[in-house]
Design a protein around this ligand. Sequence first.
Ligand code: SF4
Length: 199
Amino acid sequence: MKGLDIMVPDPKCELEHKTPFELLVAVILSAQCTDKRVNQVTQELFKTHSTPADFVKISQGELEAKIHSCGFYRNKAKAIKEMSADVLTRFGGQVPANFDDLLTLAGVGRKTANVVMAEAFGGDNLAVDTHVLRVSNRLGLVSTQDPNKCEEELCKIFPKKRWSRLHYQMVLFGRYTCKAMKPECEKCVFNRECPHSRV
Ligand code: SF4
């Protein structure tokens, strides 16, 4: 979309990571949490824990304390430990570079698997998170609140080679311009044709 190329010319992942495994941990932590907060937490966490073996060894309680500020820390600690055990025992400690294998990991759904494929392995994947869902509905590209259906429809509309870039453009556009509560329509290139424009 040309408008998104204008609004977000340089889309990129804002979750800091050095390896596919660190990215996987960061994406799990990012549920219902800002990337900024996740980066603050992982900056310290990854100094001492950055491999599947590290997260298998750490106790549930100790991990909960380290990720507490990300919210939902009990579930997230459990998910990270189970996913780490899976990566270690079933994939030799390496995050699989394959969407279907990623989906078999504990706690990994389509959104997470798509983000990891696109960002860590350069795949053509279109992850649908809350921002992508909101933006694509507001722009009239889809009409559904089901993330899987939204992914399916967007993938039909846009060529495969655009999927990954489109994901990050919509995430950043939704995060900084087309915000959930107060979209900044006055600075949006879509404000003449958008059915939800406030200007
Ligand atoms: S005009 Fe407003 S509601 Fe529509 S896409 Fe732009 S920021 Fe979002």
